[in-house]
Design a protein around this ligand. Sequence first.
Ligand code: NAD
Length: 400
Amino acid sequence: METANIVGMTKHNPDTSLDSLQIGIGIIGSGIRLQSILGQLLPLASGLQVKAIYDPDDSAVATCKERFAPEAAVCSGVEELCAREDVDWVFIGSWNCQHAEQAIAAMKAGKHVFCEKPLALTTDEALAMQQAQQESGCTFALGLVLRYSPLYRAIHSAIASGQIGNVLSFEFNETLGFRHGGYIHGNWRRHSKYAGPHILEKCCHDIDLALWFIDSLPLKVASFGGLNFFLPKNQHHQERIGNGPNGEVPFQHFVRYGNSNPFRTDKDIIDNQVAILEFANGVRASFHTNCLSGIPERRFYIIGDEGALRADAITGQLELRRIGWDEPTLLRQPIQGGSHAGSDAPMCRELAECMAGQRPPAASINEGMRSLIVAQGIDTAMQTGQVVELSPFYEAAGLV
Ligand SMILES: NC(=O)c1ccc[n+]([C@@H]2O[C@H](COP(=O)([O-])OP(=O)(O)OC[C@H]3O[C@@H](n4cnc5c(N)ncnc54)[C@H](O)[C@@H]3O)[C@@H](O)[C@H]2O)c1
């Protein structure tokens, strides 16, 4: 286990092959997401082993143990897990409000961290994480999984290599299928004190991609949004649609995990929102999110002075056409579609390589901090009805 505990492990060590890895993993929050990641990560190297689990939900611990590590220790808290010598990396898949405290505890104990998105709920929390990372020298990988998608990497490279010229403006969206939207409004994510606002909890991915593609930070944001559908008066839509072929209740995905009826729950998040953004480099954008779409999309439509690019994660399609009389439309289907655009497997592969010291993570604290600030700004703009200036937040976070 010693190799991974060396702080310098974060520095490139291309000679460490995945076959020779011996890394103990501690799991904090053994829910759906981390179990999905472990299912793809652990088969990559037999020396990647779950040594300890902490989750206040006994059933989540039991499933995780049964699936991945029958021998793993069950810990009674974060402190106990982080104190274990056989744990080199701590994986955090708890509720968003717990990420900061748990990640700081892990790094203070000298453990490298993989933490699910969003980074944190407030800039102060994010700054404390940054400080803990700098003081410990530990690696911090953030689960902004779409950064690993071949589709999104193709978009980034098309823009960076000038294929559409200088970007002028763009649209992007995340309109969720009705089951996914109902799931959000039925579980812990419906309370912003646990998850943050929807624009952070769900759309931090899309914001992060926009900032990465445009290579600039938005200085001004405005937004409107509200809760208009997941209300008791609309429950009749469940009867209208009827149960699915296998008895699935509409709008109630993952019922087995105890999710409540999204029409009846108390909540303080929105189910539809629009935002506009103006970037420091002059680029302008509009964003649209909705939790009950009949045609789910995760789409970017980006216009440059030499061409345009349109891509949708759900279908996996990417079109690019340069401005001109007879320019062909370049249509590429780089990978399967889906809300994560085929990014889970490459993220796990690169995470294993990161754990081996072969590469840095594609997303870490700075990326999480940027998307957090922009999401917070958009939420404040929606709450107040005012245009929000973001420069002071970037300055406070040392990003400019
Ligand atoms: N990157 C992605 O695309 C993606 C996708 C889904 C979820 N996520 C993130 O993963 C995290 C978990 O989401 P999920 O879908 O697995 O939710 P989940 O509800 O299935 O799992 C969360 C787990 O955290 C546990 N938990 C609650 N309080 C805890 C505490 N104090 N300490 C430790 N564990 C605690 C719960 O019991 C539960 O088992 C969230 O941060 C979410 O934003 C990321």
